[in-house]
Ligand binder design. Sequence first.
Ligand code: ASP
Length: 318
Amino acid sequence: MNALNRKDLLDIKSLSKDEILLICKTAKYFKDVFTRDVKTVPVLRGKTVCTLFYEPSTRTRLSFELAAKMLSANTINVPVTTSSVVKGESLIDTVRTLEAMKADYIVMRHAASLAPHFLSKNIDASVINGGDGFHAHPTQALLDTYSILEKRETLAGLHIGIIGDIKHSRVARSDLIAFQKLGAKVTLCGPPTLLPDEFKQYGVDMTYNLDELLPELDVVNMLRIQRERQKGSLFPSIREYNLLYALTEERFSKCKSDVIIMHPGPMNRGIEIDDAVADHPNSIINEQVTNGVAVRMAVFYLLAGGAPFQDEEGDISK
Ligand code: ASP
């Protein structure tokens, strides 16, 4: 069917290590396309890509849209609000509309976990999960993996910390799976209320003590405090949180000199990360955004049946 053997990209756990590496290798090729002067290639000419985002997004939606445009697709952004569709019946109506529009690819973000899975079962179009509830954000995990591979030859043997509001983070849930599949050791760190026991099932290390963890890490992936998802107060105050879990300049000075600093965005500067760290040369936060476009081009290309590139040029997968 295609090199990924699937119609949809719904999560990271169903991708094998080789498939993750194939997407990263393909993304390397598309990054070259994206960063050169003539940016469009005809991979999706005549195809329609629909972005259907029931939750706010800046980077992810724009990135998918740009990726689709650079592959010469027609793009439609369906303007939806969280309040307009939350129940199954309404989603079915949306499916009918998208079918009527002859959409070939639907990129969906939804507050309900598994909403893209539901859509995928009811429509012929390829569905790409742009983030569903707390559950998964596969293209973020792919771009994070790719971004680390750009800096290091392999993830094997790296110690990666994911820090902050783990409980509400689909990025953490997807990243930890991708990083471990590629051989990294993953430690999660946050206050006890934001680091629930359910994460033990993933075979990761867990700690509440950021100061002890930081000097050990090769990669520090900071997460946003997702206040919109928190029911009730899960930590005493932002000041308290900042005191114990923010990546301040002082904490950063305890990290390895070549540590890689990441954040999926949007950042709460001054809350989970200081400006000086976010903008430091060790930070690859802006490159993550650029790489997001290349990775999403690669995902579209491979789902569309594009053949894996053979040349050494694109080989990031050693
Ligand atoms: N942009 C990421 C997401 O959609 C992370 C965040 O919102 O904090 O999950």
